[in-house]
Design a protein. Structure first.
Lengths: 75, 149
């Protein structure tokens, strides 16, 4: 079975290459926006919001990068 | 006509045949480095919080945030595996991936011999050392925490 190439690597980032890749990236971005709104509604200060959001966004980034790693080709 | 042209020169055989057998690059170095960065980013964030709190006495609340996050994950029966994966498994995977990215294995079928060569790639080496340091620090922390109780 041929593995589809959905992402291409640029530095440490994996950029979507086709529509499925863009869907995955858009889902991750949408989840980050949801996380930000959710965290902001519960936090008491700007720094509280940002520190919480950064950690959660990093975890989303890790999961996105693992998916992208398996669906990008070696040069 | 003189026969001593460059085409007719005999080439000495040094006895080294690098293309005999096959050489396997075990992992792509740049892709491994890219994923390696992402694998260690969460433990580095935690260690950054520890460093700021205990060495520079600046409490960014990173530790409280992570404690709350992992407590909420532990309460969730589906996600309770996340903290060991983020803090131990991913750095170990990063160690393995970056080590493999620097290694080439040449298999000589005739002599049943594998020759492993290590190519020094600075980015992969740096990530390997950072990942090893994270595994060491968090491993020691886990050992001392469990010995206390």
């Amino acid at each position: 079975m041929v593995k589809p190439e959905l992402f291409k690597r640029t530095g440490i980032l994996f950029i979507p290459k086709n529509i499925i890749g863009w869907l995955v990236a858009a889902s991750a971005a949408a989840y980050c926006v949801y996380l930000f709104i959710d965290i902001d509604s519960m936090s008491h200060s700007v720094s509280d919001t940002l520190m919480n959001f950064v950690f959660n966004a990093l975890i989303v980034g890790v999961i996105y990068s693992i998916i992208a790693y398996f669906f990008s080709k070696e040069k | 006509m003189n026969d001593d042209t460059i085409e007719n020169l005999t080439i000495p055989d040094p006895g080294i045949h690098p293309n005999k057998g096959f050489m396997i690059a075990m992992a792509n170095s740049k892709r491994s480095a890219a994923l390696g960065v992402w694998m260690v980013v969460a433990p580095l964030f935690f260690l950054f919080g520890v460093l700021m709190k205990y060495f520079f006495h600046v409490d960014l609340k990173v530790l409280n945030i992570m404690e709350e996050f992992f407590a909420s994950m532990d309460r969730n029966p589906v996600m309770h595996w996340l903290s060991p994966v983020l803090f131990m498994i991913f750095p170990l995977v990063s160690v393995a991936m970056n080590a493999m990215a620097m290694m080439n294995v040449q298999w000589n079928a005739g002599q049943r011999q594998a020759v492993v060569t290590i190519k020094i790639r600075p980015v992969n080496l740096l990530l390997l050392l950072v990942s090893l340091a994270i595994v060491g620090v968090i491993g020691l922390y886990l050992i001392t925490e469990n010995m206390k109780g």
